[in-house]
Write a protein of this length. Sequence first.
Length: 356
Amino acid sequence: MIVLGSTGSIGVNTLYIAKKFNIDIEVMVAGYNIPLLNKQLQDFNPKVVIVASKDDIPKVNHTNVKSGQKAILEAIKTSSSNLVVNALVGFAGLKPTITAIQANKKVALANKESLVVAGKFIDTNYITPIDSEHFGLWYLYDNKKKIDSLTITASGGSFRDTPLDKLKNVSIKEALNHPNWSMGNKITIDSATMTNKLFELLEVKWLFKTTNCDAIIEPQSIIHAMINFTDGSTTAHLANASMQLPISYAILNKVEENILPPINLLDIGSLEFKAIDKKRYPIWAIKDKLLLNDNLGVVLNAANEIAVEQFLNGKIGFLDISKITLDAVERFDNIIINNIDDIFDADLKVRRYYEK
């Protein structure tokens, strides 16, 4: 197995499952967290290790260490493994996804951006999503019954209960304090703005071939997905908040033993559901537009990546993230995407406009 992003939250959980089930890791790719990488290498002995920076190569406790995206793509092409776990963050994960599919390898995909920006060019037969929401939909999906619509849930993020008039001045530290999950900085901010849920709806579009999908807030993150049938009934997928369950199904042929503690409904007591308020989450206003326009995913992602980076660097306020993204979707509304090369051109164009 190839693991891209071994030191992130998905990568850590992937290696936990790999160790639990004695799965061999052929290629391990990490970013800048070399201490954690070296700790992981105490449990695994991949043929090659790849890090982000050339300067970090001497710090890695392994005899075959490389750096950079070219090394990642080459490792995907030449490895004997038929499964790639892509847990890279952001647009940088797109080329590895495309390269893996071209090499006829299955992709356990945590890199949402691959489908968000290039869904219409990706053969989803090669994709298994590592996401609790999409895993839940897959788990419930029943082709024997006529389906009306699909629903995924959102936690509401760091500021789901914050008074609206306080959002303007929230700190970076507050934004990174997710109430339910322990995730990387980028996805935690995306959860707070609800951009992450837009990404996930675009994933639903490509994975399940429908635009008849929506999201609601379920603050406890117990229900992850629901399927609404035309007969008026609904099925829901409940599981404790952990990525180890979808990861297990993505990388194993079968799951025949306990992965998570079972849900105890008496302990939960009650569940609450809320609509996604556009006043709290302004980005939600473009949900339908994004679902109906295949070309805007790359615009959404590029502008959001720039805005989140600027926020984390203290250059803009929290509410400015959504403002920049909304401006980009309006400004580049007529962008045309005919092939993969157009995606990279559009991504660069949007970034150049907002990188100030």
